[in-house]
Design a binder for this molecule. Structure first.
Ligand code: ATP
Ligand code: ZN
Length: 286
């Protein structure tokens, strides 16, 4: 049998579902039955290892897995040598320092002499060193946000997404050490055959990611407004313009980044665009 590439994914947690969805949107079928830790894809040379996310950077650096999906926060923390192949746009969060709400804070110096609880020891120590601050780092496993309330620490360093958890524990975010999202990482040395498979997968993956941020839009435009509307709508090459059955009107179709689209909607309406449809796209092959 030809060689397969091994990918490490988080077994269960915040990354798991999006990671498995991404693989399946690439047209790769993995059948995850009864909690097995190793699964082979049925239609692509890929084996999936389900692990704790903390182990993924190490396994990929050592070549136990060839590639993996993990948060940038863990790549930063584990300091293992891996190549980042692509950012994936999910599991966005930041690694931040938070202090009790009522505590005065005038920049990193305010942390001097304090005890900071975290599971992100290396990332925190690096931050303190860069800012020349001497503070005590206290390693704890999970539920970091309760540490100040029970007298374990003066501040915490932890992952934040909405900030709701901090607020609920009477804490406020004062420093952002790192912005993070999920990334596809690879072992620094991959055999040529495996690299070819990874490249094939990356090509599919980029088509899926590109499609996610693109929308297919259709609208009716009075012909005299085409000169104003078309420059607003770049498209993959250029927009498609088709005559409507009613004379004097055209249907304009194009692909646009969703974020750009919302910025242009007022101008389009002002120019006389009607019946605007915005449709999802499954893949963009370029
Ligand atoms: P495991 O059992 O695999 O070790 P875990 O409890 O360490 O799981 P999760 O809480 O599932 O990890 O988080 C996995 C990743 O999801 C984090 O490393 C981070 O990249 C991302 N993430 C996104 N938002 C948040 C958040 N608000 N809190 C924690 N992690 C987040
Ligand atoms: Zn973890």
């Amino acid at each position: 049998m030809a060689e397969a590439v091994t990918i490490a994914l988080q077994k269960s947690g915040r990354l798991s579902e999006d990671s498995v969805d991404l693989i399946s949107h690439c047209g790769i079928k993995i059948n995850r039955r009864n909690g097995r830790l190793k699964v082979s894809a049925s239609n692509f040379p890929l084996e999936v290892l389900f692990l704790r996310d903390d182990d993924i950077p190490e396994y990929v650096a050592d070549g136990v897995a060839d590639i993996g999906i993990v948060g940038q926060n863990l790549v930063h923390e584990k300091e293992r040598e891996v190549r980042t192949l692509e950012t994936l746009g999910f599991s966005r969060c930041r690694l931040s320092i938070a202090v009790p709400k009522a505590e005065a804070y005038q920049g990193p110096q305010s942390l001097s002499g304090k005890t900071i609880a975290t599971t992100y020891i290396r990332s925190l120590e690096r931050f303190l060193k860069e800012n020349a601050i001497s503070a005590k780092v206290r390693e704890i496993q999970g539920s970091t946000e309760i540490a100040p309330g029970i007298g374990l620490a003066d501040a915490i360093c932890d992952l934040v997404s909405t900030g709701g958890t901090l607020l609920a524990h009477g804490l406020r975010e004062v420093e952002v050490l790192l912005e993070s999202e999920a990334v596809l990482i690879a072992c620094p040395q991959l055999a040529a055959e495996k690299q070819r498979i990874v490249d094939d997968m990356l090509f599919r993956l980029r088509s899926v990611l590109k499609a996610k941020e693109s929308k297919y839009i259709l609208m009716n435009i009075p012909n005299e407004a085409l000169g104003v509307v078309l420059p607003l709508l770049p498209g993959l090459r250029s927009p498609t313009v088709l005559p409507l059955a009613e004379s004097g009107w055209s249907s304009v179709h194009t692909v646009i980044n969703e974020n750009d689209f919302w910025g242009k909607i007022d101008e389009l309406k002002k120019a006389g665009a009607e019946g605007i449809l915005v449709c999802p796209i499954e893949k963009v092959i370029s």
